[in-house]
Design a protein around this ligand. Sequence first.
Ligand code: PEP
Length: 257
Amino acid sequence: MARVPVIAGNWKMYKTQQEAIELLMKLMEMNETVSDREIVVCPPFPFLGLAHQAVSHSNIKLGAQNCYFEKEGAYTGEVSVSMLKSVKCSHVIIGHSERRQFFGETDESVNKKIKAALAEGLTPIVCIGETLAEREEGRMMQVIKTQVEGGFSGLHKEEMQKLIIAYEPIWAIGTGKTATPEQAEEVHAYIRKLLADGWYGETSESIRILYGGSVKPENIDDLMEKLNIDGALVGGASLKAESFTRIIQFQAKKGSN
Ligand code: PEP
């Protein structure tokens, strides 16, 4: 089953408002003819409203980097899914490893956030991935399984089809160390098999699984050739129009290696 590739940029806590708009303007101009893949940018919360105005007539979609699962209330500092919807976000990153590491995100909160996002019609980009120690101790697949089972608990097939998974080995994020295409493909294939065997059967074939972790212009083509790699979640290299554009405009023959 053909899965439309997704290239998503996670700007993390970088850029001023002016820099954000300048970057979006350049990206729109450099990618205006791209139509066979989805482009998503995830700027910091304060820039989302203005960013929407900038990209609203383009092929660039807008995502947030996090959300809270409650609809509204006395939750100082949090941002609800309906707030994101009101500034026309279509996507939201959930469970990024930096949120798990620094802000106490768990599979349980990830699960609640996924359900809240889906209920409002947003597309969750759900991050999972192992640490270097977990990989070296041979616990990688078990860690992935626990995150998949906990994060996606109680979701129906139709809901799973609407979300995007991002496999991001923590040791590769922001370190310059990319998983090889073979290492990434091994885990992507495992995630798809877990979903198929566990609950979702053939539905797993239509779920997009992105790779994230030091994706750069130099490695995107090789990564995208792998059968189960359906796109990329890009941090550092999404902060410059030239590098992100080269990643968006990857060239790959699926399944040729
Ligand atoms: C990320 O933030 O999701 C990420 C993969 O970052 P980087 O591309 O910088 O490793």
